[in-house]
Design a protein around this ligand. Structure first.
Ligand code: GAP
Length: 516
């Protein structure tokens, strides 16, 4: 999937087939908030299971928790979110549209990058096999010009972000002649900081009520439970605490469907370690997390690491795992070495000693932390955008047909098996239900009897069901069925007694976890 058009089709498909709906749609929707439909909820649960099992089940020293969304307001002061969890905003005075100033600059840089890529694609066509890309980048004047512009702007931008220099960020926008994407106007306001946390009141009487925040990350729920888990679980360093849960951010630029939402879910793991071991564990988790992604079998070229130029206030190393979405390479997961920042801050703010006694070193210290943090909704979008394919197929009679197929990794597919009686009579529905009754305890199955078998196959392809079992008159005689595979559309005649093993080998979560 490359084009914007196909992305639009994907969004329409997600709605039409019950994966993702706009929140509050009958009231004209709520911006950047989405609901998951019947297949979306299943896919989401399967992604969570894959992550949870990879983290908690496969690692003896990682345990999982589920902390509350509401937390003591001091937590967000300690974590730095009250003071520093801001986005730089800029308004266009003519269009009255509001933008994230950093995103305007990043989009500008990306546009120049695409110009370079266009030049390179043209040159590659022209020179064929003899094309030497590094040499071309070094010698072509137009490419050099673009690259210089990127480097100069990037250097200024990183420095401005590091120094929180909002005037300079505006100046970069002016110098780069960045215009409002809607109207083309360059009439900008000053850049201001805007805190991304949602707040609400806890307590029944407004004068007594405390302002509390909806958590903008799940990580703090882990940090404040570090002592509880370490003590109750008698955990020894290094060990990890994992959690899946909702997070909330008042995103200003909320776009690209479920890529950037105001209410979303995170799957985070904090790995507590000895100070000084952080680079070794940072590398470990970088590799382990990439392996988790690649086990899904999507094209390897679609993944890359992106090391941060500007580190967050708590980190001494950070990288993103980026994936090539239909709208370009974007972050799906972050791996951060967070030092002892969070635990030390909570120690200071709460007045409670948060330390670990290391019996090997015979001393106590505040552990360091390496964090892995992935957005569940982004992972969902990654899978959907990779799985979506419009395929031209040749039918048995030689004519061409089209199908939309979601090639979701079978272990994550919302429905694993559809059981389809060829006709709605002659005892075939009963036989189909008999089969479902043996499979439904292990797999999400669907029974479908309406429409022709071809149409039913197409519907299952469109929701990504890896296997269809068709029950026909022969099934009643010899206990065999037709097993049809989503990806190859191959059909095999097999014994009902063989179904369990074939299904297990294709769709069980073990098929993914074994690759890790
Ligand atoms: N605890 C660290 C942390 O929250 P982050 O880079 O801000 O780091 C981690 O977020 C991940 O959460 C991102 O890589 C992304 O997948 C997801 N995420 C962040 N903001 C999001 C949003 N507004 N909508 C959807 N997913 C988001």
């Amino acid at each position: 999937m490359a084009s914007e058009d196909t992305f639009k089709k994907l969004i329409a498909h997600a709605k039409e087939y019950g994966f993702v709906f706009q929140s509050s749609e009958i009231y004209d929707g709520l911006s950047a908030v989405y609901d998951y439909g019947q297949y979306g909820a299943e896919l989401k649960n399967n992604i969570k299971e894959y992550w949870w099992n990879a983290m908690v089940r496969l690692n003896e020293n990682i345990v999982g928790i589920d902390s509350a969304i509401f937390m003591h307001p001091e937590i967000w002061k300690a974590s730095g979110h009250v003071g520093a969890f801001n986005d730089p905003l800029i308004d266009n005075k003519d269009s009255k549209k509001r933008y994230r100033a950093d995103v305007l600059i990043e989009d500008y840089l990306q546009k120049i990058e695409s110009k370079i890529n266009k030049e390179i694609t043209k040159a590659r066509k022209r020179f064929g096999d003899s094309f030497d890309e590094p040499q071309y980048r070094e010698t072509n004047q137009r490419v050099i010009g673009y690259q210089t512009k990127i480097n100069e702007t990037k250097t200024r931008f990183v420095k401005a972000l590091e120094q929180d220099d909002l005037k300079e960020i505006k100046q970069i926008i002016i110098d780069a002649e960045i215009a409002c994407p809607v109207t083309g106007s360059r009439n900008w306001t000053e850049v201001r900081q805007f805190n991304l946390m949602f707040s609400t009141q806890l307590g029944s009487v407004s004068e007594d009520a405390n302002t509390i925040y909806l958590r903008p990350e799940t990580a703090q729920g882990i940090f404040v439970n570090y002592l509880n888990v370490q003590k109750s679980g008698r955990m020894k360093l290094p060990f990890g605490i994992a959690q899946i849960g909702k997070a909330f951010r008042n995103e200003i630029v909320a776009r690209q469907f479920i890529f950037r939402m105001r209410e979303f879910e995170q799957m985070e793991m904090q790995f507590f370690i000895r100070p000084g071991d952080e680079m070794q564990w940072f590398e470990h988790w970088k590799t382990a997390r990439m392996k988790w992604h690649k086990a899904l079998g999507f094209s390897e070229e679609k993944y890359r690491y992106h090391d941060h130029d500007k580190l967050a206030h708590y980190a001494n190393a950070a990288t993103d795992i980026e994936f090539e979405f239909p709208f370009g390479f974007k972050e799906v997961e972050g791996i951060h070495s967070r030092t002892d920042f969070d635990l030390s801050q909570h120690q200071d703010f709460s007045g409670k000693k948060i330390q670990y006694f290391d019996s090997e070193l015979n001393k106590s210290y505040v552990p360091y932390v390496v964090e892995t943090s992935i957005g569940l909704d982004r992972m969902f979008l990654l899978i959907l955008s990779n799985a979506y394919e419009e395929e031209t197929i040749t039918k048995e009679d030689g004519t061409k047909d089209q199908r939309v197929v979601l090639r979701i990794p079978p272990a994550l597919a919302p429905v694993k098996i559809a059981v389809l009686p060829l006709v709605k009579k002659d005892g075939l529905p009963e036989k189909a239900r008999e089969i479902i009754n043996t499979l439904k305890y292990n797999y999400n199955c669907q029974y479908e009897e309406k429409d022709s078998i071809g149409r039913r196959y197409r519907r299952q392809d469109a929701i990504g069901t890896p296997l269809c079992i068709t029950v026909d008159h022969q099934s009643l005689k010899d206990n065999t069925v037709t097993l049809r595979y989503r990806d190859s559309m191959k059909q095999d005649r097999i014994k009902i007694s063989e179904l369990n093993e074939i299904i297990f080998n294709l769709v069980n979560m073990k098929t993914l976890l074994e690759k890790l």
